[in-house]
Design a protein around this ligand. Structure first.
Ligand code: ZN
Length: 146
């Protein structure tokens, strides 16, 4: 069983705020809340949707995110890059959550977005068989699909 599933079942101590993001105030820290519904990750996702040139207004759950119609994308490469960006975003939010919970390090959404940009580029270029991808493509806003 992975750590995320266990986290959903951990009981909270009386009066303890379970969500680690300071501006949230929610008493639960489920995977869905932490990675999608919480106000802090929402700031990150709002930027990501603009960066990926997608409309995520109707996405209510993480599952919905991976069900976005292929008609919303410009090409197969746009899908591939966006998928990598989404996974990078989950990773960066999770890392920021752990830094906040275990190291008392608070990162702003801007810092997390820089991580997402770097992680996405490295994953796409080195693990996605897209060696032709240039840094300047992903630094554009929205990103450029070559
Ligand atoms: Zn929260």
């Amino acid at each position: 069983m992975d750590g995320l599933a266990v986290l959903n079942r951990l009981p909270s101590r009386a009066g303890e705020k379970r969500c680690c993001f300071a501006t949230c105030g929610s008493n639960e820290e489920t995977v869905s809340h932490l990675l999608w519904q919480c106000s802090w990750p929402k700031e990150v996702w709002n930027f990501v949707q603009l960066w990926c040139d997608l409309d995520l207004a109707h996405v209510l759950t993480i599952s919905d995110l991976f069900s976005v119609s292929h008609a919303s994308f410009k090409s197969a490469l746009h899908i591939k890059i966006t998928h990598a960006v989404a996974l990078s975003t989950f990773w960066a939010i999770w890392k920021a959550r752990n830094d906040r919970s275990f190291n008392n390090k608070i990162s702003s959404p801007d810092v997390v977005l820089e991580d997402i940009n770097t992680i996405s580029f490295l994953w796409i270029k080195n693990r996605g068989n897209c060696s032709f991808i240039k840094w300047k493509y992903l630094c554009s806003f929205p990103f450029v699909v070559p």
